[in-house]
Write a protein that binds this ligand. Structure first.
Ligand SMILES: CC(C)(COP(=O)(O)OP(=O)(O)OC[C@H]1O[C@@H](n2cnc3c(N)ncnc32)[C@H](O)[C@@H]1OP(=O)(O)O)[C@@H](O)C(=O)NCCC(=O)NCCS
Length: 162
């Protein structure tokens, strides 16, 4: 059974494990160095009811997380958030990402956000299609703004307006 709930401070270790695995193996994030517990604590403290972190558990096993983070600390951007979504490698392709995404988009709506932005590296077609299926529109591409694993990478910007 899949359960989705608000993340607690004690979940941070598992969130970090999944994120650090994605840092090491994928271009889904442009971080290149593993996050330390202290960095992750600072990240978690920047989240609140308006910027939630949700986690998914499959039969009590931690399998993924998603968040809405502040897009910018400049106040006029306060109704804009950026989405993150990471599923543990062996649980991908089983519909969990879709369920977490549905839940976090609903959270953003309830919190009164106006728009959600996704930044997706070129070649992450699954994420692009997933965003499209929830009504995100492709609003632009930043060319060659990242370099990871020796390759220059474009970043697609996708946007959902509630
Ligand atoms: C991208 C990610 C979050 C998607 O979560 P997921 O649980 O694997 O995806 P789901 O099983 O919910 O599938 C979502 C859609 O993608 C499709 N999909 C999933 N895996 C796929 C694959 N390997 N090949 C083709 N399509 C795939 C599904 O068919 C589904 O589409 P549908 O509803 O039309 O059938 C997950 O794969 C992941 O964590 N990837 C690494 C990190 C990442 O890229 N995060 C996003 C950063 S922007």
């Amino acid at each position: 059974m899949l359960t989705i709930r608000q993340a607690a401070f004690d979940d941070l270790g598992q969130i970090t494990e999944i994120y650090n695995d994605a840092i090491e193996k994928t271009t889904a994030t442009f971080d290149t160095e593993p996050k330390t517990p202290e960095e992750q604590e600072r990240w978690f403290a920047e989240h609140d009811a308006r910027h939630p972190v949700l986690i998914a558990e499959q039969d009590d096993l931690f399998v993924g997380w998603t968040s809405l983070s502040q897009w910018s600390d400049r106040c006029a951007y306060s109704d804009t958030a950026e989405i993150s979504l990471y599923i543990k490698e062996e649980y991908r392709g089983k519909g969990i990402g879709k369920k977490l995404m549905k839940a976090i988009i609903q959270e953003g709506k309830t919190a009164g956000l106006h728009t959600v932005i996704a930044r997706i590296a070129d070649s992450n077609d699954i994420s692009i299609e997933l965003c499209k299926s929830f009504g995100f529109q492709h609003i632009g591409t930043m060319r060659e703004v990242g370099k990871k694993f020796g390759k220059l990478l474009d970043v697609h910007i996708m946007q959902l307006i509630y």
